[in-house]
Design a protein around this ligand. Structure first.
Ligand code: PGA
Length: 243
């Protein structure tokens, strides 16, 4: 695990964007794994800025997103597909046919999970997977207790996750109870994993990541086993943490 400490959120975003931009420049047909949530927004803003200023091209890039709510259509403003479209995809020259999400409206969700897992494999795996972490250590929607061998699957969201994510909805009642997420073993197959951690509310999970052994009650801990795992973390998320 490589830990990069930054002064603040902006510097974290800058370093993350630089890693992604370098990957795209080295391999114009790379497969990038993207994440939603508040943490990567600054990074996406910088990718857009770089695209406009330096014309870094995403024309042949494939993108795979980690997860999607069950029951939300891509036109729903709180769906992850909609989020990614607005925060990044509509601002760069990525080809719509190269954008992959689990379909939370599929009639047969089990079949959809299998289809999505095959998509990842058929693209040759993910070259660089961007991740955030939940306060309880979840990655994607893999909540504590998720087996490390899990592939793409349907999850019941914990009440805490629904509450935390309700900020992206008008009301908590609108937050779906289920989602499709890439599994922990699907995530671990990525060639490089880039975890972004920012803010005081993540200091406890950061402390746990750095001090606890790998165990399934702290899903993010499994990333420490990955040979190419980078954490970019700001000062607030390291508050009180001994490193
Ligand atoms: P956040 O979400 O970036 O909004 O903190 C991270 C997560 O829950 O995985």
């Amino acid at each position: 695990m490589k830990l990069i400490k930054t002064k603040d959120y902006d510097e974290m975003s800058m370093k993350a964007a630089q890693i992604i931009i370098n990957k795209v420049r080295q391999n114009e047909s790379a497969t990038l794994g993207f994440a939603t949530g508040g943490t990567p927004i600054g990074t996406y803003d910088l990718l857009i800025k770089d695209f406009k200023q330096n014309c870094t091209s995403y024309e042949q890039i494939n993108s795979i997103n980690l997860d999607e709510y069950v029951g939300l259509h891509s036109t729903h403003p709180s769906s992850y597909r909609y989020f990614m479209h607005n925060q990044l995809f509509k601002h760069i020259n990525i080809s719509p046919e190269n954008i992959y999400f689990p379909d939370g409206t599929a009639e047969d969700l089990q079949l959809e999970c299998e289809r999505f897992e095959n998509v990842i494999q058929n693209l040759g795996g993910i070259d660089l997977q961007l991740l955030g972490v939940g306060q309880n250590g979840h990655i994607g929607f893999n909540e504590p207790g998720t087996p490390f061998h899990s592939v793409t699957h349907v999850v019941e969201l914990t009440e805490n996750t629904r509450k935390v994510n309700s900020r992206f909805f008008n009301h908590i009642n609108e937050v779906p109870y289920k989602a499709i997420t890439m599994g922990i073993s699907s995530i671990l197959k990525s060639k490089h994993i880039l975890l972004l951690v920012s803010g005081e509310e993540k200091a406890e999970v950061m402390q746990r990541l750095l001090s606890e052994d790998v165990h399934d009650q702290l899903p993010v801990s499994v990333l420490k086993k990955h040979p190419h795992f980078t954490v970019i973390c700001d000062e607030k998320a390291l508050k009180g943490v001994k490193v």
